[in-house]
Design a protein around this ligand. Structure first.
Ligand code: OGA
Ligand code: NI
Length: 262
């Protein structure tokens, strides 16, 4: 974990021209490097961060699109993501057992790694690192070295202090849908600080991309009707990007409104 965060810091310490080599359009197909939200020019406000993102599983398929600089990147991040994915699957296994699901096949579950670099910010009150959102995937495994992550609970933002050698693991939207709302996705954001730069490793554990995401049949009954319609992740992302990356609006889009509120 320590080597992984250090190699992430090394990546963002390289000259901008070096990092630009890894800027591709679609992180599901390759590596992507961007600043802020990546929607240059169309945002109402800027976000205080730089991001590197790429898929990780299966490692043999993706390792050659990982950055080849800094020199230790592939050798460190490869084994790190293999272990993180195993942890994710152990957790999913327990969640699914708790939900009474036994038939899930984990072989094709994806892992998308995002390494964020949040430079020290001269005025933290005027810039966020990531604005409030719910992640789209199943569960997210977050490693942070410096404080910055906050959760929205009971009408207020609550700080998630980093613990040494620990991950923060929010539930994401696909899991909320699959569990038919039994598990709620966590609204979270990242604040900036003026003292030092912060690096986080955000590991998105996801369903296979061709999987239909819908409430599982065993959790749906006449007295407990489906709370969400079925969709593929591609469709979710289309709605999300069409709504300025607003995950609240996007979540509402996939909710089935009860007869009473129609
Ligand atoms: C994200 C996210 C948290 C962090 O990338 O979706 O919530 O600590 N990041 O960087
Ligand atoms: Ni997030």
């Amino acid at each position: 974990m320590i080597d992984a965060v250090n190699v992430g810091k090394e990546f963002f310490s390289m000259p901008a021209e070096e990092m630009e080599n890894f800027a591709a359009k679609d992180s599901r197909k390759g590596c992507k490097v961007y600043t802020g939200s990546g929607n240059y020019g169309s945002d109402d406000f800027g976000l205080w961060r730089d991001t590197l993102q790429h898929p990780c599983h299966p490692l043999e398929k993706w390792t050659n699109i990982f950055p080849d600089k800094p020199a230790g990147y592939r050798g460190t991040i490869g084994p790190y993501t293999v272990e993180v994915r195993k942890l994710g699957i152990r957790i999913l296994d327990m969640i699914y057992e708790g939900l009474g699901l036994t038939e899930e096949n984990y072989d094709y579950h994806d892992l998308l790694l995002t390494i964020h670099n949040y430079p020290a910010c001269p005025d933290p009150s005027s810039a966020l690192g990531v604005s409030g959102h719910r992640d789209a995937n199943l569960i997210t495994i977050i490693q942070q070295d410096i404080y910055g992550l906050q959760l929205f609970k009971d009408g207020q933002w609550i700080g998630v202090e980093p613990l040494p050698n620990a991950f923060g693991i929010p539930i994401s939207f696909s899991m909320e849908v699959i569990s038919n709302g039994k598990l709620r996705s966590a609204v979270h954001r990242v604040v900036t600080n003026s003292a030092c730069f912060r690096t986080s490793l955000v590991n998105f554990v996801n369903c296979p991309s061709d999987r239909l995401i819908e409430p599982v049949k065993s959790l749906v009954s006449p007295s407990n009707p489906p709370a969400f319609g079925a969709f593929h992740m591609e469709e979710y992302l289309e709605v999300l990007f069409g709504n300025n990356s607003d995950s609240e609006v996007t979540g509402e889009y996939f909710k089935i409104k009860s007869q009473a509120s129609k």
